[in-house]
Structures are given as structure tokens and as C-alpha cells.
Design a protein around this ligand. Sequence first.
Ligand code: GLN
Length: 314
Amino acid sequence: ITRLTFDQISTAVHDAYEACKDIKGGQNAHYIPYLANVNSDLFGISLCLPDGRLISVGDTDYRFGIESVSKVHTAILALEQHGAQAILDNIGADATGLPFNSIFAILLENDRPSTPLVNAGAIAACSLVKPHGDADGKWKAIFDNMTALLGSEPVLIDELYHSESATNFDNRSITWLLQEYGRIYDDPKMSLDLYTRQCSLGVTAEQLAISAATIADDGANPITKRRVFGAELTPKVVALMSAVGFYEHSGDWLYATGLPAKTGVGGAVIGVMPGLFGVCAFAPPLDDAGNSVKAQAALKHLMKSLNLNVFSNT
Ligand code: GLN
């Protein structure tokens, strides 16, 4: 960040928090029993700069379900293991214009699941993770990659994992349709279980800000200084996030904010400004598309007051 000082960014984060903390509206994800019961008043924003400085306000140490934000992490792993072209050929990189759990994501794209950032493509991405056929080895790869991106370990929320495994009928249907179309590249049940488990990992807003900053910093974690993935993947990851990070509202979101971002039904939204920062806002109540109401408002406020936009140089 050349023209912005640390104090300006810090003030903007605090202002966004103050401006949005009393916003009402939305409701917790109701289709996953564990999430329905999380305290709806939790709210936090954390921003991480490439030099590792963190600006955090509110409930940024609270551990919540990562849910679909995990899809970005495992997409990175699959990209690292197989390369950008293989992910395009086997999954896709397209917008769907559909809800995250839509089965039509598969049918739309000539039998490809469209993108690793919706359920169908994320389950396919879990199936691609190496070592093939080895559930424990694959889980270790997913967990270790997540840990490297976050800069510290996530913690499995057992109750969330069980609650989601018992009720994920839509994802089971998606998995069998993927199998029918030859778009599951390992055991289908194992792939679905890995996906459900990764969604049930507990993380904090601060951890997610660090992983977003790792993407912004071309794959080098600004806290641990470890290289997590090749710099050439950042534009691919940011392109995926831009195209479909908000599902059927992705275009509206980008148009309104200019911030490539990815949401999860646990209430998190991560945003990546390449070279500048990674940010996470978290608040459980969601809009109709499953995107956190308060987190969206906070990030919109932040981008406006910093006068930043990924599509603009001014
Ligand atoms: N685990 C959730 C699901 O598969 C994730 C959805 C989300 O965060 N959008 O339904």
C-alpha cells in the first residue's frame, strides 16, 4: 500500500465496525442445526497486511465454522497438486449464477461442475486431492494446507461435522450426480466426507484474514513467512473468487465493491486485494443467498472509505 498509511487503514477498519455493528437483518443458516444456534450478535473484522501487521476489531478470536470459505483453500491445494489447466479441464472456472448447493452447476457446464467454489466443484476438488484413495492421507493434505494458509491450526468442530453429515441430503445427491457424469475422481463417499469435514473446521476471523493475506501476498504467509503456494496461482484464485464468490449475487457484489471475496454460511466473508491486504468480516446472520449481511456491509464500507477497487488504479 503506497498511498495509504497504517493509521488510515486501521481507522477505516474501526469505522466499518462502528458503522455496521447495529445492523439487523438476515438469519443464521437454518439448514445446518449447529449453525442455527450460534450467537447471532457476534461480529468481527480482521485485516492483515503483507508485512504481517493485523488490525482486528470485535469478535475476531471467536471460532466459527469455516464452511464454504474452505473451498478456496482446497482449490489452492488442488491447483498446487494438479496445475491450473487440469483444474479448468476437470472442474471449471466459471460463474454459475446459481445457489451454492445447486445441482445444475454440473449440468450447465457440459457435465463439468463449473468451479471449485460451489458445492459440486468443491466435492470434485476434494476427490482430486492426492494421495488418491487414501482418506487419512487426503485429510492430512487438506488440513495441513489449511494450516499453512491460516498460519495456525484450525480445529474441527465435532458437533458441526455430525450435524452437517446427518442433514446434507443435497450434497449427497450432488455427489452421486458427479459420479454419474464421471466427475468424481476418487471414492464418492470419501470425497463427500472430506468436503463435509473441511466445512466443519473451526477458524477465527483473524486466521481467515491471514489466509486471505497469504493469497494477496502471492502465496507467502505474511505471519509465518512460509511459502504456501506458487505465486502464479494468485491470479487464478482471485479470478475464481471474483467469478462466483457470492454465488448468484457475485456480479452485484463485485460491481458494488470491487473486492474479490468469498463467503461461507458460517457467517464469514474473506476479501483479497492482491498486493495490498487480506480481510475477513464475520457475523452469523445471512441473506437469502447465504452471505453474511453484516460482513457484506462492513466490507463495502471499508472499500468505500479506503477508496479502493480491484478494477481501478485511482
Ligand atoms: N457445508 C455447507 C454446505 O455444503 C457450505 C455452504 C456454504 O457455506 N455456502 O451446504
